[in-house]
Design a protein around this ligand. Structure first.
Ligand code: SF4
Ligand code: SF4
Length: 521
C-alpha cells in the first residue's frame, strides 16, 4: 500500500477520498458511479459449508422466484416493506453510501426498488398484468448482477428507516436480497468464508483452540508486566460465573486487543470469576448480515452449548455492535439466552434455569462495567487519560437495534457515562450525526473487505466530516467505539481523511488505562 496526501493506493487502485466540507451536501447525481463495485463471489467450498449451492445454478431464475415466494410467506416484513413505500423521498439523502458516492442507486428507496420491481412483477396483480404501468420488471441475469453489486453497497445500518414515515427498513430488504443470492449460489466470498470458519472452528479467524490459548497466555504476561499482578485471561474454565463472548478481533487486532485487556482488568478488580470459550470464541454473527436465519441460529447455538458445558451463570457480550444486536434482539429465540426462550426447546429451558436471574441475560460489557462504577466497585484515576480529548461514535447496530441498562435510550447513555467516568476531556460530535441518527463507519453489514475498499472510503465520508470538525475545532485526538467492525474500518479509512489511524480505540482501553491497581499506588 502506498500513500500520498489525501489519496491512498490499495493494490494498485488509487482511491480518492471525497473532500470534507463544512456540512455534508447532497451530491449531484452520477448515474452508475458505483456500478463497477461488486464484492468477490463466494467459492464453492464457502457456499457448500453453509448448505448453499456451490455456484450459480442453471435454474437460478426459478429458484430465486421460489425463494421470494418463501420469504413472502415466512417474513411479514418482506412483503410489508415491499408493498407500502409511497416514494415520498424522505430517505433519499440519508444513506452515507449515497452521500459519499453520488450514485442514485445508493439512495435507500432506489436500492429497495431493485428488489421491489421484481417482487411487483411476480407477486402483485398489477405487476403480473400491467408491468409497464407499475414499474414491474422481469428477473434477468443483469438484475441478479445488479443485486450482487448494490445489495453489497448497503451496510444494513438502518439509518434510512429512522427517517421513513412508514418505518421501512432497507436493511431487511438487503438481507432478503442476500438470502436470495445465496439460495441460487451467488453469495459473497467475505461473509460466507468467515461463516464457514465460525461453524467449523468457532471464530471468524479460524484460530484453533491451542493457538487461542497461547495468545491469551501471552496477553497475561503483558498484563503482569504492566501491572505487576497475575491478571488472568481464562479459557474453557468450568464453573466460572461469567462467560465472555467477544469478537475474535479482540484477540489479535489493534486497537481491539487493548479493549480485551481492559475487560480482563475490570473482571480482576471486581473479583468476578470469568472465562472465554474456545468452542464459542466469536461474538460476531455474520448470519445476520447474509439474512439467513438458519445460519444465524447455528452460530448462536454454539454460544448456548458453551454456556451449558461451562456451567456459567451469566453471559456477557464484548464490544461488537452487531453481536450485541443479535444477542439483545435475537438470542432468546435463536438459542434461549434471554427472556422469551421457546418453551419446547429443551436446551433453551436448561439454560434459562442455569442463568442467574439477578442479571440481564445477555448483558453487555458496558452494562457490566457501568454497574460496577455505579456501586463504587472500581478504583479509577481519570487523570490517567488526561493526555486525551475523547469523542464517541455510536455504532449503528447498538444505536438502532438494541438497548442497554433496561432504561429508555440506555444504549446512548451508558457508554457515555462509562467514558465520562474514566476521562476528563470529552466532546460530542454534531448531534445530527449521532444517537438514533448516527452515521455508519462505512464498513458494517459484512462489507469490511478489501475488495470493497472504494465503497468503504467513500461511505465513511459523512462520519469523517463530523469527526474532522471536532478534530480541528475541539482538539479531539481520540475516537472511542464499542464495535469491532467500526474499529477496523476507522483504522483503515482515517488516513484517507488526514487523521491518524491510531486515534480510534476501544472504550475498555480507556477504562483499563484509568483503573488503579495496588502495585501502581
Ligand atoms: S440501511 Fe444504511 S446503508 Fe442501507 S440503504 Fe439504509 S442508510 Fe444506506
Ligand atoms: S422514506 Fe419510506 S416511504 Fe418514503 S421513499 Fe423512502 S422508503 Fe419509501
Amino acid at each position: 500500500m502506498g500513500s500520498r496526501d489525501g489519496e491512498i493506493i490499495v493494490a494498485r487502485v488509487k482511491i480518492d477520498a471525497p473532500e470534507l466540507t463544512e456540512y455534508v451536501e447532497i451530491p449531484v447525481l452520477q448515474e452508475g458511479a458505483m456500478a463497477h463495485s461488486s464484492p468477490f463471489v463466494a467459492k464453492p467450498d464457502h457456499q457448500e459449508a453453509l448448505n448453499f449451492p456451490g455456484e450459480l445454478v442453471d435454474d437460478w431464475h426459478d429458484r430465486a422466484i421460489a425463494k421470494m415466494a418463501d420469504l413472502n410467506k415466512t417474513s411479514r416484513s418482506f412483503s410489508l416493506f415491499l408493498d407500502i413505500c409511497v416514494h415520498c423521498g424522505s430517505c433519499t439523502d440519508k444513506c452515507h453510501y449515497f452521500l459519499g458516492t453520488a450514485d442514485p442507486k445508493n439512495m435507500p428507496v432506489a436500492r429497495q426498488e431493485l428488489l421491489r420491481s421484481v417482487y411487483r412483477r411476480y407477486f402483485t396483480f398489477a405487476g403480473k398484468f400491467f408491468p409497464n404501468l407499475v414499474g414491474a420488471k422481469d428477473l434477468t441475469r443483469e438484475t441478479l448482477d445488479e443485486w450482487h453489486s448494490y445489495y453489497h453497497q448497503c451496510s444494513e445500518c438502518r439509518r434510512c428507516s429512522v427517517f421513513c414515515p412508514y418505518g421501512i427498513d432497507t436493511a431487511e430488504i438487503t438481507m432478503a436480497a442476500r438470502d436470495i443470492l445465496d439460495a441460487v449460489g451467488y453469495g459473497q466470498k467475505y461473509d460466507n468464508e468467515i461463516l464457514g470458519k465460525v461453524l467449523k472452528i468457532g471464530n471468524n479467524l479460524g484460530l484453533p483452540g491451542p493457538a487461542l490459548k497461547a495468545t491469551l497466555e501471552d496477553l497475561e504476561e503483558d498484563l503482569e508486566d504492566e501491572t505487576g499482578l497475575p491478571i488472568r485471561m481464562p479459557l474453557d474454565e468450568k464453573g466460572a460465573d461469567v462467560l465472555l463472548i467477544t469478537p475474535s478481533a479482540d484477540f489479535f487486532a489493534e486497537p481491539h486487543i487493548d479493549g480485551l485487556l481492559g475487560y480482563a482488568k475490570v473482571f480482576h478488580q471486581a473479583g468476578i470469576s470469568w472465562t472465554m470459550s474456545s468452542y464459542a470464541s466469536e461474538g460476531a454473527n455474520f448470519g445476520m448480515f447474509i439474512g439467513n436465519y438458519a445460519t444465524m441460529k447455528s452460530v448462536a447455538e454454539r454460544i448456548r452449548t458453551a454456556a451449558l458445558e461451562l456451567g456459567v451463570k451469566r453471559v456477557i457480550v464484548g464490544e461488537c455492535g452487531h453481536a450485541w444486536r443479535v444477542a439483545y434482539s435475537f438470542w432468546n429465540t435463536l438459542a434461549g439466552t434471554g427472556h422469551g426462550a421457546a418453551a419446547d426447546d429443551k436446551y433453551a429451558q436448561m439454560l434459562q434455569k442455569q442463568l442467574d436471574p439477578r442479571y440481564p441475560a445477555p448483558q453487555h460489557i458496558i452494562e457490566f462495567t457501568y454497574d460496577l462504577m455505579q456501586r463504587g466497585a472500581l478504583k479509577i484515576d481519570k487523570s490517567a487519560n488526561d493526555h486525551r480529548t475523547v469523542t464517541f461514535h455510536d455504532s449503528c447496530n447498538v444505536a438502532r437495534g438494541s438497548g442497554m441498562g433496561g432504561i429508555e435510550r440506555g444504549q446512548f447513555i451508558l457508554p457515555r457515562e462509562v467514558i465520562k467516568g474514566v476521562v476528563n476531556n470529552y466532546v460530542e460530535m454534531d448531534s445530527s450525526t449521532m444517537y438514533e441518527e448516527t452515521l455508519c463507519c462505512g464498513g458494517g453489514g459484512g462489507l469490511l473487505t478489501d475488495d470493497l475498499m472504494e465503497l468503504r472510503v467513500k461511505g465513511a465520508m459523512p462520519r469523517m466530516n463530523a469527526l474532522h470538525k471536532v478534530f480541528e475545532e475541539e482538539g479531539v485526538d481520540t475516537l472511542a467505539a464499542i464495535c469491532a467492525i467500526c474499529k477496523s474500518q476507522f483504522t483503515k479509512v482515517l488516513p484517507y481523511y488526514k487523521m491518524p489511524m491510531d486515534m480510534i480505540i476501544s472504550v475498555h482501553q480507556l477504562v483499563g488505562d484509568a483503573l488503579v491497581f495496588e502495585n501502581n499506588d
